[in-house]
Design a protein around this ligand. Structure first.
Ligand code: NAP
Ligand code: ZN
Ligand code: ZN
Length: 350
C-alpha cells in the first residue's frame, strides 16, 4: 500500500480539502501510475456537490488523468515503467456483457466502475480519482499517450475529448456534413477542434459573445449567439448533427429547429435538473432525432488519442496547483475558463 496525497470533498457543501488514503497493492494486471496532470471536468463539480444524488463521501474527483508508469504487476504486458499513459472515466467493467464485448464498456450492462465514486468489482471499495498523486489501474483500462503531444494538454482529452469524439464519429461528422457544437467550455472546445479536424463544417453556438474570436481560432467556420433569434433562424433546418454540451437546464427546441430532416441532436451535457421536454411535433415533422451519448469505450478512447496525435490536437488549458481547485470550480460555474483547468499534481508532492 502506498500513501497517496489527494484533495477530497467530504460533503456537498464543503470545499475540497487535503485528504490522504492508501492505493491498493498491485494485482497481477495492475499498473502503478505517478499522476502528472489531471483535468477539471464539470462532472467533478456535479459529483463533489452531489448534484447527481449519488455521491459517496469522501469523494476524490478527477478522470482526465495523465501520468508515468512507475511499476507494473507480474502479468502486465501492455505497459512498462516509464511509459506515458492516460486514464479516463472508467477503471473497470464486467468485460463479458454484450456492450463490453463490443468495446463499449461505458454502457456495461452490469455497470462500469468509475474512476472515482465507483465500487471496485473485487472488493467493493470506493474508487478515488486523479486529484491525487498516484493511481493503480488494471492495464485494460489504461491508454497510451502519443509522445508528440504536450501531456498537460492531453489530460482533458480523456473525458472532454472522448465525450465529443464519440458522438461525432457515431453520427458521421466529416466532409460535407454541417455540425453544430453548443457551449464553448471544456467539452465544447474539444468538439470544435475534433469536428474541424474530421473535415465537417462547424458552427459553434454560444451564450458568450466574448468567445467568438476564440471559437474561430479553435476551428469553427461560423459562430452563432444562441440567444439571438435572427442568427438562429438563419441556420434553421440545416444541420446533420448538433452536439449539446451545456451543463445547465435549458430549452432544447431552438436546437432541434436547427436540424434538417433526419438530423440528430445529441445531448452530452448532464445538468443537475432535466431539460423540459421539447415539442413533439418539432421532432415528428422532420423525422428528427434526440439522442444522448456517454463518454466512450477504451478502444475508441485510444483511437481518439491517436487521432489527436496525428492531427496535433490538445486542449487549451489553464494550469493550476491543486490548492486552487475551489476557485477553479467557482470560475467554471461562471464559464470563466479557457478552456479547461488542469491540475499540476507536483503541487501536492512538494
Ligand atoms: P464547462 O466547461 O463548464 O462548459 C459548459 C458550457 O456550457 C459553458 O462554457 C457555457 O458555454 C455553456 N453554459 C453553461 N451554463 C449555461 C447556461 N445556463 N445556459 C447556456 N449555456 C450554458 O463544462 P464541461 O466540463 O464542458 O461539461 C459540460 C457538461 O457535460 C457537464 O454537465 C458535464 O457533467 C457533462 N459531461 C457529460 C459527459 C458524458 O459522457 N455525457 C462527459 C463529460 C461531461 P458558452 O459560454 O459558450 O455558452
Ligand atoms: Zn468528465
Ligand atoms: Zn459489461
Amino acid at each position: 500500500m502506498t500513501t497517496t496525497h489527494a484533495y477530497a470533498a467530504t460533503d456537498a457543501q464543503s470545499k475540497l480539502a487535503p485528504f490522504e488514503f492508501q492505493r491498493r497493492e498491485l494485482r497481477e494486471h495492475d499498473v502503478h501510475i505517478e499522476v502528472l496532470f489531471c483535468g477539471v471536468c464539470h462532472s467533478d463539480l456535479h459529483q463533489a456537490r452531489n448534484e447527481w444524488k449519488n455521491t459517496m463521501y469522501p469523494v476524490v474527483p478527477g478522470h482526465e488523468i495523465v501520468g508515468r508508469v512507475t511499476k507494473v504487476g507480474p502479468q502486465v504486458s501492455k505497459y512498462k515503467a516509464g511509459d506515458l499513459v492516460g486514464v479516463g472515466c472508467l477503471v473497470d467493467s464486467c468485460r463479458t456483457c454484450a456492450s463490453c464485448q463490443e468495446g463499449l464498456e461505458q454502457y456495461c450492462e452490469n455497470g462500469f466502475v468509475g474512476t472515482y465514486n465507483g465500487n471496485e468489482r473485487e472488493t467493493g471499495a470506493v474508487t478515488y480519482g486523479g486529484y491525487s498523486t498516484q493511481l493503480v489501474v488494471d492495464e485494460a483500462f489504461v491508454l497510451r499517450v502519443p509522445e508528440n503531444l504536450d501531456p498537460a494538454g492531453v489530460a482533458p482529452l480523456l473525458c472532454a475529448g472522448i465525450t465529443t469524439y464519440s458522438p461525432l464519429r457515431t453520427w458521421g461528422a466529416g466532409p460535407g456534413k454541417k455540425v453544430g457544437i453548443v457551449g464553448l467550455g471544456g467539452l465544447g472546445h474539444m468538439g470544435v477542434k475534433l469536428a474541424h479536424a474530421m473535415g465537417a463544417h462547424v458552427v459553434l453556438f454560444t451564450t458568450s459573445p466574448s468567445k467568438i474570436d476564440d471559437a474561430k481560432r479553435l476551428g469553427a467556420d461560423e459562430v452563432v449567439i444562441s440567444k439571438n433569434q435572427a442568427e438562429m433562424d438563419a441556420h434553421a433546418n440545416s444541420f446533420d448533427l448538433v452536439v449539446n454540451t451545456v451543463a445547465a437546464q435549458h430549452d432544447l427546441n431552438p436546437f432541434i429547429n436547427l436540424l434538417k430532416r433526419d438530423g440528430t441532436l445529441t445531448l452530452v451535457g448532464a445538468p443537475e435538473h432535466d431539460h423540459p421536454s421539447p415539442q413533439v411535433f418539432n421532432l415528428i415533422m422532420k423525422r428528427r432525432r434526440l439522442a444522448g451519448s456517454l463518454i466512450g469505450g477504451i478502444a475508441e478512447t485510444q483511437e481518439m488519442l491517436d487521432f489527436c496525435g496525428k492531427h496535433g490536437i490538445t486542449s487549451d488549458i489553464e494550469m493550476i496547483p491543486m490548492q486552487k481547485i475551489n476557485e477553479a470550480y467557482e470560475r467554471m460555474l461562471k464559464s470563466d475558463v479557457k478552456y479547461r483547468f488542469v491540475i499540476d499534481l507536483d503541487s501536492l508532492r512538494k
